[in-house]
Design a protein around this ligand. Structure first.
Ligand code: PHE
Length: 341
């Protein structure tokens, strides 16, 4: 085979091989094979020294034509591959704006918060302020200042978790009464919602952590009638216009006289049903006229001022509001329960 035939051969095989190329790496290999320093064309060009003066320009020109042909072919393939990969990329990055978006689950208020917010609305609507106090409380505020000296038998019903001998987790929101009176002068009209603790075993109606909403009103000439009127207005707003109140005498060391307050069963309206256990009424809170000693401990003169106080259990209010029969559901964070509200 002479050089011209060799060159023609290279052109032909290149045409065939290049025609089969479908991917970038194959193209790179072909470039090296045909146009590289150790490639076939280069080898032939190196051998040109042995040619005669007539032959040299002819072969040189043929070699250049072949080279040009291969280069053109390669850049055409390169462009084709580039186009193909661009198309693939575009396809992969395609954004279908008609596909519905991913829904984010939006949370909502816990049932206890729903009812607490209602209670706050009702009382702030009647001119009450919202007060707070610490959950880790001194024995003094939780018991002593509320007329419950050390060794008072009523402490037994409110056993709690002690941090030290004089520091504990508050068993009720009533200590906020004293804290608020220490810093504020009458007229006082507050509710104080918050967490409370007792060392009760967990069951359907008890939890070592629960919530109370304390109420305190102190002014000149406050009587039991104010207590009853305020709580009736509250009960009607929360449970419906037809709601009735029932006050039963009771004892709390920090109020005198004291009562427990029942509301007519919102389910049967007072007839008696499983909800109210046949009673027609449901107990929702403890209340009474603030004991003179408690006023004194708050720095308020009981000769000049009088007041009433009450303490509501938020879990109880919420259970009756939504007909929930197990208090544990509030604290288990089960979405099957929570998403119903
Ligand atoms: N603190 C009382 C309790 O936890 C409730 C109460 C509050 C009673 C205020 C009277 C006045 O049982």
């Amino acid at each position: 085979m002479n050089m011209k035939e060799q060159l023609e051969n290279i052109r032909l095989t290149a045409e065939i091989e290049l025609g089969k190329i479908t991917a970038e790496p194959e193209l790179e290999a072909a470039k090296i094979k045909y146009l590289g320093k150790k490639g076939e064309l280069t080898a032939i060009l190196k051998g040109m020294g042995s040619l005669s003066a007539e032959e040299r320009p002819v072969i040189g020109q043929t070699a250049n034509t072949v080279r040009g042909f291969i280069e053109e072919k390669i850049s055409a393939i390169e462009a084709g591959l580039k186009e193909k990969s661009n198309a693939l990329k575009l396809e992969a990055e395609k954004l279908d704006v008609t596909i519905p978006g991913k829904k984010r689950g939006i949370g909502h208020k816990h049932p206890l918060s729903i009812v607490l917010d209602e209670v706050k609305d009702i009382f702030t609507g009647m001119g009450f302020q919202i007060a707070t106090g610490p959950e880790v409380e001194w024995d003094y505020y939780n018991f002593e200042a509320l007329n419950l000296p050390k060794n008072h038998p009523a402490r037994d019903t409110q056993d709690t978790f002690y941090i030290t001998e004089n520091m504990l987790l508050r068993t009720q929101t009533s200590p906020v009464q004293i804290r608020y009176m220490e810093k504020n002068r009458p007229p006082i009209r507050i509710i104080a919602p918050g967490r409370t603790y007792r060392s009760d075993p967990v069951d359907a109606t008890h939890s070592p952590l629960f919530h109370q909403i304390e109420g305190l009103v102190v002014d000149k000439g406050i009587t039991m009638a104010d207590l009853k009127g305020t709580l009736l207005a509250f009960a009607k707003r929360l449970y419906g216009e037809g709601t009735k109140l029932r006050l039963r005498p009771h004892h709390f060391p920090f109020t005198e006289p004291s009562c427990e307050v029942d509301v007519s069963c919102f389910k049967c309206g007072g007839e008696g049903c499983p909800m109210c256990k046949g009673e027609g009424f449901i107990e929702i809170l403890g209340a009474g006229m603030v004991h003179p000693n408690v006023l004194k401990n708050g720095g308020i003169d009981p000769e000049e001022y009088s007041g009433f106080a009450f303490g509501v259990g938020l879990e109880r209010l919420t259970m009756f509001r939504f007909a929930i029969d197990d208090l544990r559901l509030f604290f288990e964070n089960d979405l099957r329960f929570l998403s119903q509200f």
